[in-house]
Write a new protein. Sequence first.
Length: 202
Amino acid sequence: MRRTVTILSGTGTKGMEREHAFDIEQILSRIAAGDRQAFAGIVERFQRPLFGFLGRMGLGQSQADELAQETFLRAWRGLGTYQPGKAAFSTWLFAIARHLALDELARQARRPEQATGDALPEVASDEPQPPALLALARQRQRVHEALGLLPAADRSALALFHIEELGLAEVARIENCTEGALKVRLHRARLRLRALLENDDV
């Protein structure tokens, strides 16, 4: 499946660099041996991708930060349940974050008077910005706003595959569906997103 969807281009993590440059097994072994401080390496490695994913799910900055912390807390408490043979650590971690995000969005839907929080920050500076930089900032803001109009499940799949750049199999595991079903969902979600972006009101 091609990833040439420019409207969704982002910093990405390339599947957390597939953890080959980040030895999660070594860190987990250190934790199992009693080195509690080793968990800080996990937080440092994944906090930015998690925060970005939660923001793309439509959560404000403060909510994304809070849920990212809760994700790490639950991961710490549940390390004994993680099975490396079944999924990559990043897959397991993002599944926790996705579950928390969907729960929070469902709560917000039941309390519509509560706002989701701050939008993505725009480029702010007293000095003139290059036109290309300003255009990119506006495009990212429009994509963020359009994503917020999609169903939460669509946001999750698009953010994980196109922005975090996880593999199709990893995203399917997180989304709890087959790869074939995920391909259909991604295709339909991209069409919905493009339609929203072509709407001048977004």
